[in-house]
Design a protein around this ligand. Structure first.
Ligand SMILES: [Zn+2]
Ligand SMILES: [Zn+2]
Length: 123
């Protein structure tokens, strides 16, 4: 963790300063960093997000920005908010589909383990 200001060297740092996203007037939240594991996917982009936090120097005001949870943005890591038990990957095109889909949302290839009609979540 940062112990002194990168600009002036002061140890007087204010930690955990939030960075609100002013564009979301209806539901204000933190400014987010986002990386998509499957940016070309039609539906399930395997979206990884984490809030930005700032550490501000009390003396010179220099703001140091950090990802709250940088590991979440690592698309090479299996960790994801995406629940693999709730989805299947299309063997034809690689699209990640909800397991409520009988066919791939991208290429219409059949789900190798199609949901039984009447399952909860069947659309
Ligand atoms: Zn400073
Ligand atoms: Zn497909």
């Amino acid at each position: 963790m940062l112990t002194q200001c990168l600009a002036c060297g002061s140890p007087s740092l204010i930690h955990d300063v939030q960075v609100p996203d002013q564009d979301h007037s209806i539901a204000p939240g933190p400014l987010m960093l986002r990386k998509d594991g499957s940016p070309k996917a039609f539906l399930f982009k395997d979206k990884r997000t984490t809030p930005i936090l700032a550490i501000v120097c009390r003396d010179c005001g220099y703001a140091h920005f950090f990802a709250a949870n940088p590991a979440k943005l690592d698309i090479t890591s299996p960790e994801s908010e995406f629940d693999a038990t709730q989805a299947w990957r299309c063997e034809t095109c690689g699209e990640i589909n909800s397991n409520t889909f009988g066919v791939c949302a991208n290429c219409q290839a059949p789900n190798p383990n199609p949901p039984a009609p009447g399952d909860r979540g069947w659309l």
